[in-house]
Ligand binder design. Structure first.
Ligand SMILES: C[C@@H]1O[C@H](OP(=O)(O)OP(=O)(O)OC[C@H]2O[C@@H](n3cnc4c(=O)[nH]c(N)nc43)[C@H](O)[C@@H]2O)[C@@H](O)[C@H](O)[C@@H]1O
Length: 467
């Protein structure tokens, strides 16, 4: 057929109009450079492997952030391998999470760009937001209405017995789905509702017992690519795979410098950061420089630091909601929490407390009434419009950011929400003693405390060039 022209480069109409994701092999293209079979935009995408993933539907926002880190560290390393040089981790749209109670807000199918600075994430790992993935995939040509074809889906599940003769071994195994078994059912959204995205279609659906760290996924993906490859013709084709219940995958190395680099790259979106900064200035007269924290334009410029001062207030993260019932043994009453926070205010000769909480409005009023003689501050969006823009997830992030700037922070036992605040304060440069604190069940009790996982920096700067 006759070559058409796009951006001054010739390509064959058939390759664009069809659903082919096959560009001619490099050798052929180099031999006959004028007969270019792909639109120029696609050429750099040759061999792309898109990894879609999703997380168990009941997991909260802050565990999802941790699962992201496991996969981001993995794909950053994976990109060093030839077949995966163009790997892309596709970030799953957030469904309406269990904890996002405001039913009048539109908060399903929310992209990661709403919460995070995608360019900052991208400087750590090859990621694309779901909408960016669709736009990129479209360039390969899709049938109408446009469908994305996932060749294999892997629904991960834990092994029933983890130890073999007392030893934990990394392993996985495809298993046949049992009809009466909800742990792997292709029509269930339990492993994440990704497949209900209207533009997705998939080929094979596998149930996989999986035990091990993210690195083990490389074997699983290589196996899938080998199965999907017929021969030399399609060896370097674009491929799409999906991993469901990705929370099953463990960190390759938890808490090392790779973890922290990925964590540091998780800067919040410009809009959310701006709302938090405005609130800090308005409510506490606090800025980056008055608080003495480090927040350079790029996370790559951050350095070890321990002398941040923080704003002139104490922050407490008081988790209520499901914790009141499901973690009764470690969750304090409002009265006990208020007593502990007031003790701290007196000890630090401070007059202001910022309370971050998912408490009901009624409990919040109760709590406030226990702080006579102190200034009690809680973040509320300033207008309906701002609430709609922030959504419940955005309000929670503003709460976390404000707590990250406090002179002293105390959080909830075993809450990932609290752990993410600990991490943010580690990055900003606070002392460990001002950060790793836990509210007890009762005042003066000998209570369990959250783990202390301090930040780890590379010895010689950002020398870990992945690409
Ligand atoms: C034990 C597990 O704990 C997990 O919770 P946990 O780690 O605290 O932390 P998350 O997994 O983030 O879930 C708690 C969610 O509740 C809201 N939330 C909690 N604290 C605050 C707060 O201070 N301010 C605002 N604005 N919102 C808050 C917020 O939507 C947050 O993502 C649960 O997700 C699991 O379902 C399970 O219960």
């Amino acid at each position: 057929d006759r070559p058409a022209t796009r951006n001054g480069t010739e390509f064959h109409r058939t390759a664009v109009g069809s659903n082919s994701n096959v560009c001619r092999s490099r050798q052929f293209w180099q031999t006959f450079p004028l007969v270019d079979t792909c639109p120029p935009a696609i050429l750099p995408l040759r061999g792309t492997v898109y990894i879609l993933y999703d997380v168990n539907i009941s997991e909260g926002f802050n565990l999802r952030r941790d699962v992201y880190i496991r996969l981001a560290v993995f794909v950053r390393r994976l990109r060093r391998r030839k077949r995966f040089r163009n790997v892309r981790l596709v970030l799953p749209p957030f469904p309406r999470l269990y904890h996002w109670h405001s039913h009048h807000l539109k908060q399903s199918d929310v992209g990661w760009g709403h919460f995070f600075d995608l360019d900052s994430l991208r400087r750590y790992a090859p990621i694309v937001d779901y909408s960016e993935f669709l736009a990129e995939y479209r360039q390969f040509g899709m049938p109408a209405p446009p469908f994305v074809h996932i060749s294999q889906v892997f629904r991960l599940m834990h092994y029933e017995i983890m130890l073999e003769q007392g030893i934990f071994r990394d392993k996985y195994e495809r298993v046949a789905p049992k009809l009466d078994d909800n742990s792997c059912n292709e029509y269930s959204t339990a492993g994440g509702p990704l497949l209900s995205q209207s533009l997705l279609r998939y080929g094979q659906y596998h149930c996989v017992h999986f035990q091990g760290s993210a690195g083990l996924l490389e074997r699983l993906l290589r196996e899938a690519i080998a199965e999907d490859t017929a021969g030399a013709e399609d060896i370097d084709d674009m491929r799409v795979y999906a991993i469901l219940s990705a929370e099953t995958v463990l960190h390759d190395h938890w808490g090392d410098e790779h973890f922290w680099k990925a964590r540091r790259s998780m800067r919040f979106s410009k809009y959310l950061s701006q709302v938090a900064n405005d609130f800090l200035r308005y409510a506490f007269d606090t800025t980056d420089s008055s608080a003495g924290v480090q927040r350079p334009a790029m996370w790559e410029m951050e350095r070890p630091k321990r002398d941040a001062l923080g704003g002139d207030f104490i922050c407490a993260h008081l988790r209520r909601g499901d914790f009141v019932r499901s973690r009764e043994a470690t969750t304090p009453t409002l009265k006990s929490a208020a007593q502990q926070i007031k003790q701290l205010l007196r000890a630090f000769n401070a007059s202001t407390v910022f309370l971050s909480t998912d408490a009901t409005p009624y409990d919040l009023v109760q709590m406030k009434s226990m702080f006579h003689g102190f200034r009690f501050v809680h973040f509320q969006p300033e207008s309906n419009l701002q609430r709609q823009k922030l959504k419940d997830g955005g309000v929670a992030i503003v709460d976390q950011l404000v707590c990250s700037y406090a002179r002293y922070f105390i959080g909830t036992y075993e809450s990932t929400f609290t752990y993410r605040i600990y991490e943010e304060r580690e990055i900003l440069g606070f002392s460990k003693t001002s950060t790793f604190n836990t509210i007890c069940k009762v005042v003066g009790g000998n209570c369990p405390r959250n783990a202390v996982w301090p930040i780890v920096w590379d010895d010689d700067g950002d020398n870990d060039k992945p690409y």
